[in-house]
Design a protein around this ligand. Sequence first.
Ligand SMILES: Cc1ncc(COP(=O)(O)O)c(C=O)c1O
Length: 392
Amino acid sequence: MGKINFNELINRKGTYSTQWDYIKDRFGRDDILPFSISDTDFRAPKEIIEAVRELVDFGIYGYTRWNHDDFVNSIKNHYKNYYGDDISDTYVAYSPSVLFSIAILFEVLSKTNDSVVTFNPMYDAFFKVVENNNRNLTKVDLNFDNGEFSFDEEELEHKIMNSQILLLCSPHNPTGKVWTPDEISYMINLCEKHDVWIIADEIHADMVHDTNFTSLFGTTSSYEKLVVVSSASKTFNTPSLGGSYAIFKSMQTQQDFIELLRNKYFVNSASLPGIKSLMVGYDECDYYIEELKAYIYDNYLYAKERLESMNSKIKVTNLHSTYLMWIKIDELCDTNTLSENLINYGKVGIMSGSVYGDSRFLRLNIGCPRAKLEEGLNRVEKTLEYMGLLDK
Ligand SMILES: Cc1ncc(COP(=O)(O)O)c(C=O)c1O
């Protein structure tokens, strides 16, 4: 038994919670048990709660700087201590959110109608950030085989060759794929060969379960056109506190990025609770990450066992990272009909894979207490029974 009681059911209703209070926006009705947007139903570590409480009690919430060793070294030390990557020769910048950073990076690194390569399926905001910034979206489908995902090297090279940016989600939402050191090196080499930038979103890097995470800076490559964007907000469940960061190999690019943020978009202050929670989380709360991962993985094993025993045609992909399960259901029935019935009959909010570019799957957020997950799976079971799809 760990120090943290992740089993505690905490009522989040009435807190303006996107997942709970605004469920209707996603599923068209209010009476749904949500497993949707990727935040967790867990409290942040007590060290973060105490640090934020101290800030609140202080009572002066003036303009705040991020450009100091406390913030920068927290990030660099986390990369060194948690992933084993020495990033002492990189340049860090603050930004309000990860997707904000990506949009700004498009402006810094490319021009209108340039092409951005992403894998498909993909975290849906990636599609939007490319298209809504007038860049050309070029998708490379991931192949699914035996619970695992891979890409076609020739196709990737062909598409990278004709693009300006590779936008990588590493680890990958929604499949949970953790790119291997060989895959990361391969992609960097391809980009170097064709003079293409890589932006890697490493926001899920702390939540790697059964393998090791390799960051974009975790190879021996000296290629300069690499940028990592990330945040401590997934790990410690703090997205509403605000704040994220970008890490650059090139100092000039870091400066260009900061210049746009300061003098075009007027991000004049860092979020004090945001940077404080990152520093406290990265400096003091590794124990929380370890316990959280263990809890999530137990949830995964439990949900996998239950889903597969409901019907052997449900295929649960191997969860290597994240708290998002990716579940193949196309052999079971028409996927749209199942999604409809889960919402309107089972009253359970599970994301349809079509949101992420692959309608054969469902995405289930298991970052929640076991009792909530159990109730959600009961609702799935009831829905399958109603549809005559339960194995005898
Ligand atoms: C891969 C990935 N990147 C970024 C985000 C969101 O980050 P932010 O709110 O800082 O833009 C998410 C949240 O689901 C995510 O899964």
